[in-house]
Design a protein around this ligand. Structure first.
Ligand SMILES: [Zn+2]
Length: 90
């Protein structure tokens, strides 16, 4: 990752520090995977995205109902995960 790019977990969409973010790759399903094709995404290595989505609320969302914000962020995390899995299975 370029030093000019702030590290970000693309699952929970939170900025992270230093080397906490790693490129996670998965072999694609079927023929593509057997041919060595992979897909990848940058993810915080501790895989605590589900906790962060509910507890690390960005400042611009803090005036809203915390439970509503947590529910939205959890749904967004689920969408990101499904997007990655869709790319693996495509
Ligand atoms: Zn994350």
């Amino acid at each position: 990752m370029s030093p000019a790019t702030p590290p970000m977990c693309l699952l929970c969409q939170t900025a992270q520090s230093g080397s906490d973010v790693s490129l996670f790759t998965a072999r694609r399903a079927g023929e593509a995977g057997r041919n060595g094709n992979t897909v990848g995404t940058y993810v915080r290595a501790d895989l605590a995205c589900a906790v962060r989505a509910r507890t690390e609320i960005p400042p611009w969302l803090r005036e809203r109902d915390p439970e509503e914000v947590a529910a939205e962020r959890t749904a967004e995390l689920e969408q990101q995960l499904h997007g990655f899995l869709d790319a693996v299975l495509r």
